[in-house]
Design a binder for this molecule. Sequence first.
Ligand code: DGI
Ligand code: FE
Ligand code: FE
Ligand code: FE
Length: 185
Amino acid sequence: NLTRNEALTYVEPHLKRSRYEHTVRVVEQAVDLAKKYDVDVKLVEIAAALHDYAKYKPLEEMERWIKTDRRLPKDLLDYHHELWHGPVGALMLEKELGISDAAVISAITCHTTGKKHMSTLDKVVFLADYIEPGRDFPGVDEVRELANKNLDDACRLALKNTILFLVEKGRTVYPDTFHAYNDFI
Ligand code: DGI
Ligand code: FE
Ligand code: FE
Ligand code: FE
């Protein structure tokens, strides 16, 4: 089984420096949350370290994965390509590293959008990505405070902020983001 440092070493050459530093902070933030909310720290470390692996993969390569792998929802192609790196990255890693843990694959897959019926591991990685100390956008401090008190309340507010942000910008919202949000209401 992969260790935290092995996972970080694997992704580092695929990421820009700033993105790698974000990833290290997500791991640390996710481990904090995992201890607080009683999630397997080893699994959280692996999922958090790998979550943005595909962030800089060529769009054509990710598009090919979506078109050819049955497991990937085709409607991803109708939404912003920023949403592709989670689901595609998870399957690339499954193939390259032989990651067989469905819980880790799930957390990487849904780290951007969330989804219906998120596991505690999914929530921890999703939230850590949103609140890691390098993040600075409106409302993040309130989500950080909630994260100390109640994992679901924090996820609900993060999703609400994201949906409002996207709507305000006139951008589409991927259905899984609504499904995740509705689950917390
Ligand atoms: O990869 P990161 O930058 O660390 O973070 P991320 O994977 O959570 O990407 C977040 C970006 O995705 C953020 O700028 C908002 C954008 N986005 C675009 N469409 C959607 C979306 N996020 C969600 N949750 N749902 C969407 O439909
Ligand atoms: Fe991401
Ligand atoms: Fe995110
Ligand atoms: Fe990230």
